[in-house]
Design a protein around this ligand. Structure first.
Ligand code: RFL
Ligand code: PHB
Length: 394
């Protein structure tokens, strides 16, 4: 079998790349290790920047998002039992974010791809990438007991943090920057109305908390927990009790609890791979970088990586120019490092750091006070939270 671009991974980055390439008349096949049901069962991101909203519209997969998504013009920061609103809309001259779950984004992209009859191979085992340092790369995989081979012009590594593409690059050709945080997030999804209209990011002496949502009737909450905690140790009752302790009085009164639909613990890390291009293979999304979720940037960065990659490939096929491909890494990394910086800063502002003698809490109070008193500082937070423009670094 032959295609122009072999895409590894059918998460949001692989699916969106497939859609952008199709729109430009470029053929692609997507190989995914899991089943579609498994991919849709992973509960992850909840916030889309305008840039990501625009990309879903661009590929014609945005209509349900506009019907069911919730537009938010602000977020709340809860410190010392008091809420402080960051007016995203006012501070950015009219920009907002969209509350629409990654599960739904993925579902819409899968549906759009199915409707167009575009090829996705689910449950592709032992995917391996070959010859990406030559002009004729290929990909092999196993399915139904047979080995298959796809010849291609390019390989797009959209296979997430634990994927095969980054792992296939010779160690000497890659630099990885990593910071692992000494805590994780325990998340709980429930069919209960959200505790507030907007998201509440909580800095409490007991640790960070986040009140997020998926709709008017479905909530997503997170608690900072030690890395040693196991999800089985946390009954739903224990989760709700701890969240109550981290909330303010109004939150405690309004919190509606219920059985969890899903509960999981995610570690927090900042991670960037340089470069993101290795001959004819590109890394995009979580395959190339991870942000701690505090800034809600992971899915959005995945979307902008593949926008840049699609532009580079379109330049190659339509304008017969290598320039976009040559500039891909640098263009993505300029955006990625800014999102990494913001996510690290917001994580540092909001979490309890173990064994620090209390100095971080003092830095955090001073930082918050500054953000609340200086409109320039608040605008910096808002501008980054809603997402920098796509051409910010060009
Ligand atoms: P994904 O979603 O991990 O998809 C990669 C796909 O590749 C497949 N795969 C393979 N396929 C074939 N062969 C192999 N060898 C393969 N190895 C892996 C996998 O099965 C998978 O289907 O990466 P992608 O597409 O780059 O998307 C990235 C996003 O998923 C991620 O950045 C976000 O979820 C991060 N994130 C958030 N991002 C936001 O923008 N806003 C948020 O509010 C937000 N909240 C979050 C988050 C991530 C979280 N966790 C659990 C990490 C909250 C949490 C708790
Ligand atoms: C979520 O709803 O899952 C979510 C929202 C905001 C974040 C992280 C996760 O910063």
């Amino acid at each position: 079998m032959r295609t122009q671009v072999a895409i590894i991974g059918a998460g949001p980055s692989g699916l969106l790349l497939g859609a952008l390439l199709h729109k430009a008349g470029i053929d692609a096949v997507i190989l995914e290790r899991q089943s579609a049901e498994y991919v849709l069962g992973r509960i992850r991101a909840g916030i889309l920047e305008q840039v990501a909203v625009d990309l879903l519209d661009e590929v014609g997969a945005g209509s349900r998002m506009h019907q069911e998504g919730l537009v938010h013009g602000g977020i709340e920061l809860l410190f010392d039992g008091k809420r402080h609103r960051i007016d995203l809309n006012h501070l950015t001259g009219g920009k907002n974010v969209m509350v629409y779950g990654q599960t739904e984004v993925t579902r819409d992209l899968i549906e759009a791809r199915r409707a167009l009859g575009l090829p996705t191979v689910y449950e592709a085992r032992n995917v391996a990438v070959h010859g990406f340092d030559t002009t004729h790369p290929s990909v092999t995989y196993e399915k139904d007991g047979k080995t298959h081979e796809i010849q291609c012009d390019f390989i797009a590594g959209c296979d997430g943090f634990h994927g095969v593409c980054r792992a296939s690059v010779p160690r000497g050709a890659i630099t990885e920057y990593e910071k692992v945080y000494p805590f994780g997030w325990l998340g709980l999804l429930s069919d209960t109305p959200p505790v507030a209209d907007e998201l509440i990011y909580i800095n409490s002496p007991r640790g960070f908390g986040l009140c997020s949502q998926r709709s008017k009737t479905r909530s997503r909450y997170y608690l900072q927990v030690p890395l040693t905690d196991k999800v089985e140790q946390w009954s739903d009752e224990a989760f709700w009790a701890e969240l109550r302790l981290r909330l303010d009085e109004e939150g405690r009164e309004k919190l509606v609890t219920g059985p969890s639909l899903e509960k999981s613990i995610a570690p927090l890390r900042s991670f960037v791979t340089e470069p993101l291009r290795f001959g004819r293979m590109f890394l995009a999304g979580d395959a190339g970088h991870i942000v701690p979720p505090t800034g809600a940037k992971g899915l959005n960065l995945a979307a902008t990586d593949v926008k840049y990659l699609s532009q580079a490939l379109i330049e190659y096929y339509v304008e017969k120019s290598q320039a976009g491909i040559d500039g891909y890494s640098q263009r993505c990394l300029a955006r990625i490092w800014k999102a990494e910086r913001f996510s690290w800063w917001f994580t540092s502002l909001m979490h309890r750091f173990p064994d620090d003698g209390g100095i971080n809490a003092k830095f955090q109070s001073a930082e918050l006070d500054y953000v609340l008193r200086s409109e320039a500082a608040a605008r910096t937070v808002a501008e980054n939270y809603v997402g920098l423009p796509l051409d910010f670094n060009d």
